[in-house]
Design a protein around this ligand. Structure first.
Ligand code: FES
Ligand code: MG
Length: 584
């Protein structure tokens, strides 16, 4: 009797329904039969739906998924599927040393291995905290089994003394107040704790809300999924509907490769500008694109996204938090405004089985104080600039957070608008920055530019969110809250600092930042998107010739494996060899 794959309805039958090898089939089935499943369910009556669980006690941003699980499973069961929950390596942004970013590729690897090696026909990806979302999308792109993203939703809005305090954003503000001596550590704690009033991920437009908006903009989650606050009843309903929908996706054989197209990524870039999204989105989307085999380049962020206006009035670029954003319509309302202006690829396929244009029918802003119309935005040209020069091949600058004060102080010299020349102060990583930022010998003044290096993917494994460096305490007390900062690391998506970051290649692999010295003059020119050290060529070459790579010690086996296999932020910080695998 022939037993080709064509005879089978579901992939899971390769394990559980092999008439040529009944002994092996019995072995595969025995322990699964030992719990809630019947033979028929495992042997092809129903598709088996994996649920990739990213929530746990150690990952509180995603813990809501522990409570959503019943609804996800109910949806899967009601639609005729068999749910199988499995754990994913945790990634808690605020808990993992040295960086949570280090674990994105580890969670990716483990997801690919589970999807490849177990009898799974389709998968629900639970997402939320910053790196959990790209890790799940990257894994789904590699495995290319039917997959749908469900985030846990943002926390409720945080309030402190009658005003909104947003995740992360309150931390940066409170740190300045602490440096100025205006608050004590107790008040610092209270303000920060007040910003996190419930389960859920960050309630500002930091990396978590951004990446879940990206999942929706890519077409990988149900319409309106990403902005529903975690404790709302709609979140429970969305969990149920997501469970129902993945079963249909398996029957339709609707896979990530049908959804993750170049058009989908362009839609996501455009949405990122309109929401004032995180500077972490480019490396994460680049990684998803590479694992999906889609041609995307870091310069696409400026080409496709720069001229898109900022529509969403949400911290850190604006005022409000997640609850208001959801009530104003969330991501589909933003996308509805963009679609009406002709800015989106409406034909992009989505997990609903319909195109993006079909999903967005009838969607527009429900509150133009929170989601502006395309004609009357918060500000025009809100995307990223992609800078280059002798210090790096590429680095990003988030223009939607450049304040009027910052622009006036640094970028408004008559006749030289957008151009800034200054002295460089160079720090070797965050420890060196903290040791020396208040050192009187450095004599940092309000015209200097702060640089930090050694904090890219290889240097500070994963790449550290440290480029938004605070000026010395003395300058803050004098009212200087921001200096221009540059680095080969990243910064938190909740920071309102217009840093120049994600510089690639990073210094420890010989990128140009490695040759900069404190006291060098540098020129930033936003008109042609360049940043250059004003050091003459012979001197620059001599420094290059004299440079040797730093001796880097890893603390764990994974750090060493990561450092040996990772690429640069501009290329998504992927495990380079993994990008060759597709459809496992
Ligand atoms: Fe986990 Fe922001 S720290 S979502
Ligand atoms: Mg973050």
């Amino acid at each position: 009797m022939s037993d080709t794959r064509a005879n089978r309805k579901y992939r899971s039958q390769e394990w559980f329904d092999n008439p040529n090898n009944p002994g092996m089939t019995a072995l595969y089935m025995e322990r699964y039969l030992n719990q809630e499943y019947t033979r028929g369910e495992l042997q092809g009556e129903r598709p088996i739906i994996g649920i990739a669980q990213t929530g746990s006690d150690i990952s509180p941003c995603n813990k809501i998924h522990v409570f959503l699980m019943d609804r996800i499973k109910a949806g899967i069961r009601d639609a005729g599927g068999v749910p199988m929950e499995f754990p994913v390596h945790p990634i808690q942004e605020t808990g993992k040393r040295p960086t949570a970013a280090l674990d994105r590729n580890l969670a990716y690897l483990s997801l690919v291995e589970v999807l490849h090696g177990y009898p799974i026909d389709g998968v629900v990806l639970t997402t939320g905290c910053d790196k959990t979302t790209p890790a799940m999308l990257m894994g789904a792109a590699t495995a290319d089994l039917p997959a749908i993203a469900l985030n846990g939703g943002p926390m409720l809005d945080g309030w402190w003394n009658g005003r909104l305090v947003g995740s992360g954003t309150v931390v940066w503000e409170s740190r300045r107040l602490l440096s100025e001596g205006k608050i004590d550590v107790e008040e610092f704690m209270s303000r920060v704790a007040a910003s996190a009033p419930s389960l859920g991920h960050c309630n500002s437009m930091g990396t978590a809300s951004t990446m879940n908006a990206m999942a929706e903009a890519l077409g990988m989650s149900l319409t309106s999924c990403s902005a529903i606050p975690a404790p709302f009843r709609e979140r429970m309903n969305m969990a149920y509907e997501t469970g129902r929908r993945i079963v249909a996706m398996v029957e339709e054989d609707l896979k990530p490769s049908d959804i993750l197209t170049r058009e989908a990524f362009e839609n996501a870039i455009i949405v990122n500008s309109a929401i004032g999204g995180s500077t972490n989105a480019p490396p994460h989307l680049q990684a998803v694109a590479r694992h999906a085999g889609v041609d995307l380049h870091v310069t696409d962020w400026q080409k496709v996204g720069f001229e898109v206006p900022l529509l969403v009035n949400m911290q850190p670029a604006g005022k409000y938090l997640g609850e208001s954003f959801y009530r104003a319509g969330g991501v589909p309302a933003v996308m509805g405004e963009l679609a009406s202006a002709g800015r989106l690829h409406g034909g992009a396929m989505t997990v609903t089985g319909k195109t993006m244009a079909e999903n967005l029918q009838g969607w527009a802003s429900r509150d133009t104080e929170v989601i502006k119309t395309y004609a009357e935005p918060m500000r025009p040209n809100a995307g990223f600039l992609v800078l280059s020069g002798n210090l790096f091949d590429s680095a990003l600058m988030k223009t939607s957070v450049i304040s009027a004060d910052f622009r006036a102080r640094f970028l408004s010299d008559p006749g030289k608008e957008g151009i800034y020349e200054a002295r460089a102060i160079v720090f070797e990583g965050p420890e060196d920055y903290h040791d020396r930022i208040n050192d009187p010998e450095l004599d940092i003044n309000e015209n200097d530019i702060l640089f930090i290096r050694g904090v890219g993917c290889v240097g500070y494994p994963g790449s550290a969110e440290v480029v938004n460096m605070q000026p010395p305490d003395a300058l803050i007390r004098a009212g200087i809250n921001h200096l221009p900062t540059v680095g080969d690391g990243r910064q938190s998506g909740t920071s309102e600092s217009p840093s120049i970051l994600n510089a690639s290649p990073e210094s420890v692999v010989g990128g140009g930042l490695a040759y900069l010295k404190t006291g060098d003059r540098v020129r930033l020119n936003l008109n042609d998107s360049t940043l250059n050290a004003l050091v003459d060529d012979a001197e620059w070459q001599a420094r290059k010739d004299a440079w040797t790579a730093p001796d880097i010690r890893s603390q764990t086996p994974w750090q060493e494996i990561y450092r040996k296999t990772v690429g640069q932020l501009a290329d998504g910080g992927c495990i380079e060899l993994a990008t060759a695998y597709h459809k496992v």
